[in-house]
Design a binder for this molecule. Structure first.
Ligand SMILES: [Zn+2]
Length: 233
């Protein structure tokens, strides 16, 4: 049984001493009321030097022991090294061991190959986690007839087609989605989708929430790049 301590009502805040008026800083609400995009910090790729919005680059940090860590959420503390989602940039980084320069510490070259796998896994996990929680929240639907309906009623914001779907399915989906101005993206094959999401084998998925659609498309775009990396490395 939890014994909720009630003997410490902590009401010590009673006596607010008048604290000699410390120039109350007015909350400056006059700043920017514009609906302009919030400023996104820019960073540059350690390999090609291209500048991009921070979320569009891969961020890495070091564990301090010669290992580079892929910082998926971009929130890990410490110095970050950034890289484009570009096969060439990763190759160049590996070839010239640019992470070592960026972190100013030795990074084992073998780390690059391992990083690639890590990025791939983390990105896939993230993608499926988003879809799973979306399904739980009633924002992701499966099955081609359901998706068709959602498209026709303008509820679908993103349509996902497994990469092994039949040509007919793909054509039809594209035509229907295009007519509604909905983005279509290829996703992992039917079996993977079924296993990961615990659904029957399906030929299409629809996301009906704008924000979720946007979030889901990020790892998908990355997955395409990673695939080309893996094929080429
Ligand atoms: Zn680059």
């Amino acid at each position: 049984m939890k014994n909720l301590k009630k003997n410490h009502p902590k009401k010590t805040e009673k006596k607010n001493p008048p604290k000699k008026t410390e120039k109350k800083n007015p909350p400056k609400k006059t700043e920017k009321k514009s609906v302009n995009k919030p400023e996104v910090p820019e960073r540059s790729c350690v390999a090609c030097g291209k500048t991009a919005d921070r979320p569009d680059l891969l961020r890495f940090v070091t564990d301090g022991e010669g290992k580079a860590i892929y910082d998926r959420k971009g929130k890990l503390p410490g110095r970050g090294v950034y890289l484009c989602f570009d096969e060439e940039c990763l190759r160049l980084a590996a070839k010239k061991n640019l992470f070592a320069k960026g972190f100013k510490e030795n990074i084992n070259r073998k780390e690059y190959a391992q990083l690639l796998e890590e990025i791939k896994t983390v990105t896939a996990d993230y993608f499926f986690a988003l879809l799973k929680s979306g399904r739980g929240a009633g924002l992701v639907f499966t099955g081609s007839s359901k998706c068709e309906k959602l498209l026709e009623t303008s509820q679908a914001k993103l349509l996902l087609i497994p990469e092994d779907a039949s040509e007919d399915t793909v054509k039809k989906a594209f035509a229907l989605a295009e007519a509604q101005g909905v983005t279509v993206m290829k996703c992992p094959d039917k079996l993977t989708m079924a296993e990961e999401l615990d659904v029957p084998l399906i030929a299409a998925l629809a996301v009906t929430d704008e924000k979720l659609a946007e979030a889901v498309s990020v790892p998908l775009k990355r997955a395409g790049v990673i695939k080309s990396w893996l094929d080429g490395v």
